[in-house]
Design a protein around this ligand. Structure first.
Ligand code: HEC
Length: 137
């Protein structure tokens, strides 16, 4: 009887460790985010004060919220990684942004952890659809 209970429990533990949403990675990602990104994107990615869609006086974008209330989840994971690595200069569609690049500051693994943390801020429904679409587990 004891064995029957232990086996499924063990499987669950292994699965949790293998998941893309590793708890430790998310905790590390949060630390990195708070240190490097929150100054512009707000605590927990809530975005700047006021309307983030309004342009700055110099025509540049405000740092958008990253918590799922803006358009972060419209972009595929690869593009989000590229934006973090290269910054806003290569934002696309002719727009030259001003977000600084992080490729010399953060390792690939650290960028992935930050991204995991950002995903963890999204509403469950948004994250589920995104993960299903991009086959993130
Ligand atoms: C100096 C301000 C600043 C800092 C620091 C900053 N960002 Fe940004 N970020 C921006 C701006 C502004 C944009 C919009 C594009 C542009 O103009 O560069 C942006 C865009 C983004 C986007 C694309 C969002 C979307 O919905 O299109 C992501 C993802 C992102 N930043 C992640 C990060 C992460 C992760 C960090 C920390 C490692 C970070 N940013 C640090 C200013 C900043």
């Amino acid at each position: 009887m004891k064995k029957l209970i232990l086996v499924p429990l063990f499987t669950t533990v292994i699965y949790a460790g293998d998941s893309w949403y590793d708890k430790e990675d998310i905790v590390k990602g949060k630390e990195l985010f708070t240190k490097n990104c929150a100054v512009c994107h707000g605590k927990e990615g809530v975005g700047p004060k006021g309307n983030w869609r309004e342009k700055l006086p110099n025509g540049k974008m405000k740092p958008p919220p990253l918590n799922g209330t803006a358009h972060t989840w419209h972009h595929k994971p690869e593009l989000l990684k590229q934006i973090i690595k290269r910054g806003g200069a290569t934002y696309g569609k002719g727009y030259v942004g001003w977000m600084p690049p992080f490729k010399d500051k953060l390792s690939n693994k650290e960028i992935e952890n930050v991204l995991k943390y950002i995903h963890s801020l999204w509403a469950d429904r948004v994250r589920k659809d995104y993960d299903e679409f991009y086959k993130i587990k």
